[in-house]
Ligand binder design. Structure first.
Ligand code: NAG
Ligand code: NAG
Ligand code: NAG
Length: 383
């Protein structure tokens, strides 16, 4: 897949995790449940006049589409496959090779959306292809990482606020933490490096500060993920393991992240790891397959094979930890996070025994019954 398509789809995924409930309910009526293909980048690329590669790209897309239409996928945990344009509504940024282009999203009277490219691209600053871009949930900055050792921090108008040299030989993956406080990257070296992007109280950019490293793998790291408040991180490496970390540390007081455990797991690239926002579930994709693990001890509970017609390029949970979303071959698949529901029930049953007052008992009981209902709904559909 060319970088453009990967970025378009992963951005779509990034946006989708915030709006997944609407996307799932909104699309159920009109969509086939199996073998769907997301059509987004053919639409989006209308706005992108990459002249010399356009016809080549079209041809590639057509070939790929023909190939992909043969990929039929169904699974009991599948909530939906998306080719609807609802999630498109949320793509506002696209990276095209070495430049970043801004798209404004305009809602038309009939409820559909059109995209208009901003008059100017961000100035071209990267000297190598962009591998990831991210937007801080706080709206304060944008990150872009290229496959050399550069990460740029931009304001929303396209001014570079800071340039980070990751010193990792090359950047394999970089992201903004869901809380919008950190930027992190991994590459050829066996560590994840984490920086804090600091702003003054009045909101102006101050500095990028080295926060902490995750050190302990013995080979390069393919991918890593944060929980929603950045107190947990998961990493997966070429050394044949994945690890869960407690990153709830005062790094300014020289506290280091704490390794919770290491699990054996042989994978090859491309490989992605995702951590649910509530840190209860870890999902790993490798090639066409996904496994889902209870994060308490790392035990594998689900395996989903041949999810996409091409290798999986993106994996994430929605903000409420209810769905796991994967993308590859320009399709997006949404799975019920049953491992998460089971983990909630397990955890709340322990808490129920320890509850000291009626109000607390009621609250915990409510969480158990919500999770049970969600789980039953999936199981009924399964039959
Ligand atoms: C960076 O991307 C270019 C273009 O796709 C590729 O030729 C090069 O091998 C990549 N470099 C690394 C270090 O992955
Ligand atoms: C993180 O997720 C948990 C569990 O869903 C939620 O209670 C908490 O408010 C979230 N925190 C943030 C910072 O979003
Ligand atoms: C995915 O699972 C299938 C079936 O178990 C297996 O044959 C294949 O090698 C797996 N692919 C990857 C990349 O793990």
């Amino acid at each position: 897949m060319e970088p453009f398509a990967i970025i378009a789809v992963s951005l779509l995924l990034g946006a989708l995790i915030y709006f997944i409930s609407a996307a799932v309910t909104g699309s159920r009526k009109s969509l086939p449940q199996e073998g769907s293909i997301v059509e987004e980048d053919s639409k989006v690329s209308n706005g992108v006049s990459d002249k010399n590669t356009a016809s080549k790209k079209q041809k590639l897309q057509r070939l790929r589409k023909e190939k992909l239409q043969q990929h039929v996928f169904s699974h009991p945990l599948l909530a939906t496959s998306l080719k609807d344009c609802i999630p498109l509504a949320f793509i506002t940024w696209l990276a095209n090779e070495e430049t970043i282009r801004v798209f404004k999203m305009i809602k038309k009277d009939d409820g559909t959306f059109t995209f208009t490219a901003a008059p100017e691209d961000f100035p071209k600053k990267h000297k190598a292809p962009i591998v990831n871009i991210g937007i801080a949930e706080t709206g304060k900055f944008i990150m872009s990482a290229s496959n050399d050792t550069t990460i740029l921090i931009w304001d929303l108008k396209g001014e570079v606020l800071a340039t980070i040299n990751t010193n990792q030989m090359n950047n394999a993956y970089a992201t903004v933490s869901p809380c919008g406080r950190f930027v992190a990257s991994c590459g050829f070296t066996p560590d994840v490096k984490v920086w804090e992007v600091c702003f003054t109280k009045s909101g102006s950019f101050r500095e990028v500060m080295r926060a902490f490293d995750l050190k302990g793998h013995s080979a390069g790291i393919y991918s890593f993920a944060f929980s929603n408040d950045s107190t947990r991180m998961a990493t997966i490496s070429k050394d044949g393991t994945w690890k869960l970390w407690d990153t709830d540390v005062q790094y300014k007081q020289q506290q280091d992240p704490y390794l919770l455990y290491t699990m054996k797991y042989e994978v090859s690239d491309p490989c992605r790891i995702a951590l649910s926002p509530d840190a209860r579930v870890v999902a790993i994709s490798s090639g066409f397959n996904i496994t889902v693990h209870n994060a308490k001890m790392g035990k594998q509970e689900e395996e989903i094979l041949n999810v996409h017609g091409e290798e999986i390029t993106g994996l994430a949970f929605d903000v409420n930890s209810r769905f796991l979303v994967s993308c590859g071959d320009r399709a997006i698949r949404v799975f019920h996070n049953v491992v998460g529901y089971r983990a909630v029930i397990e955890e709340m049953e322990v808490r129920l025994k320890k509850a000291t007052n009626e109000a607390m008992r009621e609250r915990v009981q409510q969480q158990i019954s919500d999770a049970q209902k969600a789980l039953e709904a999936v199981c009924i559909r399964k039959e």
